[in-house]
Design a protein around this ligand. Structure first.
Ligand code: F6R
Length: 250
C-alpha cells in the first residue's frame, strides 16, 4: 500500500510560507506543469505567498497551465463566492498565467455534459499536481461522500452542509449554490502529485478520520491514501488529533 506523507507545520504562518515555497520550487522544477487549484479559505494565505514569489521573480506561471478544480452552479457568474472569481481575486489577477493557459469549468455552458467531457479529454494527459482543500465531511473538490473513485468531471449535487458552508464565500443573505461542477476523483487520482491542505482546529477531526479510519467512499479524501505521491500538508491545529507516529519529516 502506498504511503501517504503527512507534514505538520508549527503555525498557520509557517504552514502558508512552506506550502507557498514548495509550490514555487515545484514550478521552478516543472515550469510547464499542469496544475489543478482549489479555492475556499484554506489556500488563500498560500496564494498570497505565491503571488509574492512571482512578484519577486522566484516563480513564474509563464508556461504553466492552471485548471480550476471546481465551480458552483446556479449563482451569478460574478458572485464573489464563485470559484473562478475567488481564484482570480487571490491569485490569477496577480500572476503571469497566460489567458489561454487557464481552464475553467462553466456551469452556464449550454451542454454541461459536453463541457465536462472536454475537460476530461484535456486531462488525458494527467495533471502534474492537484492541490486540494478538504471539507469537514471529507469531500475533495465537490466530490461529496459516496463518490466512487472512478468518477469523472461532472455536475454534482452539494451536501446540505457544503451549501451551508458556502455562506462564508457568498456572504449572509446571498443565494447559496446547491450544485456544482467538479473535477472527478478519477482525474485527481491520475495526477502525478496530490497535496491536501488543511488548517485550523475545525479540520482536526476529519483529518484524523481520513488518515486513520478505513479507506471509504464515505470520506472521499481517504481514497487518496492509495495514491503513490499524496501529501497532507497541515498546520499544528489541523494535525492536533493525529498520533506523532503518522507524521512524515517535512
Ligand atoms: C474548493 C473546494 C472545496 C474546499 C473545501 C474546504 O475549491 O474544492 O473542496 O477545499 O470545502 O473549504 P475551506 O478551505 O473554505 O475550508
Amino acid at each position: 500500500m502506498a504511503m501517504v506523507h503527512v507534514v505538520r507545520y508549527e503555525s498557520p504562518q509557517a504552514w502558508a510560507e512552506h506550502v507557498a515555497a514548495r509550490f514555487a520550487s515545484f514550478l521552478a522544477d516543472q515550469p510547464a506543469a499542469r496544475v489543478a487549484l482549489p479555492t475556499g479559505a484554506t489556500p488563500e494565505p498560500v496564494y498570497a505567498g505565491i503571488v509574492e514569489a512571482v512578484r519577486a521573480g522566484v516563480a513564474s506561471f509563464g508556461r504553466a497551465h492552471v485548471f480550476l478544480l471546481d465551480e458552483f452552479g446556479g449563482v451569478p457568474p460574478d458572485a464573489k463566492g464563485r470559484c473562478d472569481v475567488m481564484l482570480h481575486r487571490a491569485l490569477l489577477d496577480h500572476v503571469d498565467v497566460r489567458p489561454g493557459h487557464y481552464h475553467k469549468l462553466d456551469p452556464e455552458a449550454p451542454d454541461v455534459e459536453a463541457m465536462c467531457a472536454a475537460y476530461d479529454a484535456a486531462l488525458k494527459q494527467p495533471l502534474d499536481l492537484v492541490m486540494l482543500g478538504i471539507g469537514r465531511n471529507g469531500h475533495v473538490g465537490m466530490n461529496e461522500p459516496g463518490t466512487p473513485p472512478d468518477s469523472g468531471t461532472r455536475r454534482v449535487e452539494l451536501a446540505p452542509s457544503t451549501t451551508q458552508a458556502s455562506v462564508r464565500y457568498f456572504g449572509e443573505g446571498a443565494a447559496l449554490p446547491t450544485w456544482g461542477i467538479t473535477l472527478g476523483l478519477a482525474q485527481i487520482l491520475a495526477a502525478r502529485t496530490i497535496w491536501i491542505l488543511a488548517t485550523g482546529e475545525g479540520k482536526a477531526d476529519i483529518v484524523r478520520d481520513v488518515l486513520l479510519e478505513p479507506v471509504s467512499a464515505s470520506r472521499p479524501a481517504s481514497l487518496l491514501r492509495g495514491h503513490p505521491d499524496c501529501w497532507f500538508l497541515l498546520d499544528a491545529a489541523a494535525a492536533s488529533k493525529l498520533p506523532v507516529g503518522v507524521l512524515t519529516r517535512g
